[in-house]
Design a binder for this molecule. Structure first.
Ligand SMILES: [Zn+2]
Length: 130
């Protein structure tokens, strides 16, 4: 059984209760009429498909029915964090990569200081939510 943490229910629930809904943090253009066809097409149809850290929109379909965000590693399928709509991820590809080169990174949004980052940062964040 695979469990996913719902940030609204504030508990781990079975994966069958959830549905992925694609890439997270896609902003609708403020003035669609001012967009070129290419810009509007990018907004509607083109999504990132990174190898590694990806932020996704999920819905707790059989639970509270609320949408939330998931930071997932597309290589290992590991879910690194979940967070409510309107919040920013604490784990990003940049924060993990920056931690390896700079050794000391302020993870966005969470106010959490990580040293050394990479797997150690991921493990500490996961530990908080487990
Ligand atoms: Zn829920």
């Amino acid at each position: 059984m695979f469990l996913i943490y719902c940030p609204y229910c504030e508990e781990h629930r079975e994966e069958e209760e959830f549905r992925p809904k694609g890439q997270a943090h896609i902003l609708r253009p403020k003035d669609p009429e001012a967009c070129s066809d290419e810009e509007w097409g990018d907004y509607l149809f083109f999504r990132d498909n990174p190898r590694g850290i990806h932020h996704e929109l999920w819905v707790h379909a059989v639970g509270c029915r609320k949408f939330f965000n998931v930071t997932r590693n597309t290589v290992t399928y590991e879910i690194l964090e979940t967070y409510k709509m309107g919040e920013q991820p604490r784990i990003t590809a940049e924060s993990l990569a920056g931690g390896e080169t700079q050794g000391n990174v302020q993870v966005a949004g969470g106010g959490q200081q990580t040293v050394g980052a990479s797997n150690a940062a991921v493990a500490s964040v996961k530990g908080e939510q487990a």
